[in-house]
Ligand binder design. Structure first.
Ligand code: CA
Length: 637
């Protein structure tokens, strides 16, 4: 009893403290009559905010007063809209360099100064009515990853909006020739049937000079500068701080209108550099992990790594994702090098997003580039995914098993290698030993990193005909799309994109990175296969049972001596969907494989490199021949 009261008291106190903790996101609260500033620093002896006029000429320096919880505050009367500010701090006998606050929400060109904008005025028309597209069942998810330029630099996008947020508001764009036309852009995505668009970094990053956008410059953008501001290079007027905010919202609104949810690629694990960015300047040393000798730890391989386990870095990350989810209506977050963050932070991020909308997705790379300076068992590494409920991790297991590891040029199951069948089977059920639940297993074979699928197969299965390579391509992607995990496709694979053998195209020319819409006709068969496989997945709940318990109950793999053959059966489905049973036969060998199937009335939805959700034909079972490098999928109704 006494303990009970103590616990209740403790809970009440913690609850109270949480409530009183000021928010980093309230660093600049604008109103027409006054603007309030607040910045956090536990080590500053003095802090100042420096105001700049519309032309970025210094106007006034204002001393901040230290208040509760190490937040430093000031209030400025009058209408500051259109003005800019920076902050600086004094510690260890010197003033820091000026920087926008760590939670700047609008910035000048290239993000050097924070801008004071009326956020309400950045909302496009109809923004209040913008809602997340319906997501009746979380297992429906099919993610399509792209970079804004890859997707929109083609001649099929209006010249003025190429490579911009606004390009993704255009509908009705087509690639055409004499007597034919095929959709591109958003229409293509709708047709393909994907549910989520994952966009490579769209927050303000440092590698592109926003003042020289006329030069053909490309970068993936994994070099964060201002985390809570859209990238200026994607706006039509980077020097107008409100413009990028409005246009990013317009893009999200248009995608929502098309029924597509939007996932942001977030890169909290490191910053572009330490000394040049707000996190490094405003509170020197606090936000980064260091080695024993005082140097910056480098788990990111980019020169630094952040310290999510520290209270204010954790709070920063939580507030940041919640800010994007609320202010920009973002529907999901893909965490770059998530293995650098600690598990507790990821759990708290999940809990905070659940309060906004539990359908907001969270997943990431359960690894680091190099060794982070934090105990391994505390980190959000793939191995510990099951300890972070509803946070997913990319499965390099199923990827490597299907097409080979990026660290060598060998083949995988889908391109004829033996010895990987068990790993593919384990991937099909979502690697339960680390994922916990199948939806935490991101099934994929390619993403922006490493070779795209065409190049990967070309390198590893050198000498095979294009026809054979296309069969391998379809087979590998089929395994992803029939797997129990959350499916993820790299944009442009359906159009047989090639990056000309470039396996790290982070700053390659558009010509390497662009999605080849013009391929849509020549490789229509491939694109149609992807589309049909997505339909097949979405029509059959058996492929996405949703929980490890259901997977255990309904999935069986029949024995086969053939090292190239997987017999994947999803049985007793009567209570779950229309089909009684689904049989998937994956043949990764160069010879046809014979399989004996129980007699029943089957609809064939995939066979010999063709797929059709409505059915390609029927069969009665008995001995089935599965063509080389192909999948046969039978639905027993
Ligand atoms: Ca930028």
């Amino acid at each position: 009893m006494r303990n009970g009261i103590l616990i209740m008291l403790a809970v009440a106190l913690v609850g109270c403290a949480t409530k009183q903790q000021p928010k980093l996101e309230d660093e600049c609260l604008y109103a027409a009559e006054k603007t309030e500033f607040q910045f956090w620093s536990s080590i500053a002896e003095e802090m100042e905010v420096i105001l700049y006029d519309e032309n970025q000429v210094p106007m006034e320096t204002i001393a901040l007063k230290k208040g509760a919880n190490d937040f430093w505050r000031a209030q400025v009367k009058g209408d500051l809209k259109g003005k800019y500010y920076t902050v600086r701090s004094f510690q260890n006998g010197e003033w820091s360099e000026e920087a926008p606050g760590i939670f700047a929400k609008a910035v000048s060109v290239n993000g050097y100064k924070a801008a004071i904008v009326d956020m309400q005025a950045t909302n496009p028309e109809g923004w209040d009515q913008d809602v997340r597209p319906a997501m009746p069942d979380m297992t429906d998810i099919v993610v399509y990853e792209t970079h804004l330029r890859d997707f929109t630099m083609s001649p099929y996008t209006s010249f003025e909006t190429r490579g911009k947020f606004l390009a993704l508001t255009e509908v009705g764009t087509v690639v055409s020739g004499e007597g034919w036309q095929l959709s591109t852009g958003i229409d293509h995505l709708k047709e393909l049937g994907i549910t989520h668009l994952q966009i490579l970094p769209m927050f303000d990053y440092g590698s592109i000079d926003e003042t020289t956008l006329d030069k053909n410059r490309y970068n993936w953008g994994y070099d964060p500068v201002n985390y809570n501001v859209p990238e200026g290079g994607y706006s039509t007027h980077p020097a107008d701080p409100a413009c990028r905010i409005r246009e990013a919202k317009q893009m999200i609104q248009a995608l929502h209108h098309a029924g597509i949810r939007v996932i942001m690629d977030v890169v909290y694990n490191h910053t572009y550099d330490v000394n040049g960015c707000s996190l490094g300047r405003v509170v020197p040393g606090y936000f980064y992990r260091t080695n024993a000798d005082g140097t910056y730890a480098n788990g990111s391989g980019c020169g630094n790594e952040t310290a999510s386990e520290r209270a204010m870095m954790r709070q920063f990350m939580i507030e940041s994702v919640c800010y994007w989810a609320r202010e920009y209506h973002i529907d999901g977050f893909r965490f770059d090098l998530m293995g650098i963050h600690d598990q507790e932070t990821m759990r708290q991020i999940r809990a905070a997003l659940d309060e906004i909308d539990p359908t907001i997705l969270t997943y990431g790379e359960g690894w680091a580039a190099m060794s982070p300076a934090y105990p391994y068992e505390m980190l959000a590494m793939k191995q510990w995914t099951y300890q972070m409920p509803r946070v997913g991790a990319f499965s390099d297991d199923i990827r490597n098993a299907l097409i080979g590891s990026p660290f060598d040029n060998e083949r995988g199951f889908a391109s004829g290698k033996t010895g990987c069948k068990e790993a593919v089977m384990n991937g099909l059920i979502g690697c339960p030993e680390w994922s916990g639940e199948p939806m935490q297993h991101v099934s994929y074979i390619t993403c922006h990193d490493n070779y795209c699928l065409r190049d990967r197969i070309a390198v590893s299965a050198k000498g095979e005909s294009e026809e054979t390579q296309l069969r391998m391509n379809k087979l590998a992607q089929t395994a992803v799309l029939v797997s129990q995990g959350m499916t993820f496709l790299y944009g442009g694979e359906e159009l047989y994109r090639t990056k000309q053998g470039v396996d790290n195209s982070f700053q390659s020319a558009d010509s390497i990175n662009i999605i080849p819409w013009q391929n849509k006709r020549e490789y229509y068969d491939l694109c149609e296969y992807y589309r049909q496989m997505i339909q097949i997945r979405r029509q059959h709940k058996g492929f996405r049972l949703g929980t490890a318990a259901l997977v255990k109950e309904h999935v069986v793999f029949d024995d086969s001596d053939n090292e190239h053959l997987i017999i994947y059966r999803i049985k007793d489905l009567k209570e779950i969907e229309n089909a009684k049973q689904i049989i998937v036969l994956l043949n990764g060998g160069k010879e046809a494989a014979e399989v004996a199937i129980d007699e029943a009335n089957y609809i064939i939805v995939a066979q010999d490199s063709q797929a059709n959700a409505e059915g390609l034909g029927t069969c009665k079972g008995g001995t089935i021949s599965v063509a080389p490098y192909s999948a046969t999928i039978l639905i027993d109704n």
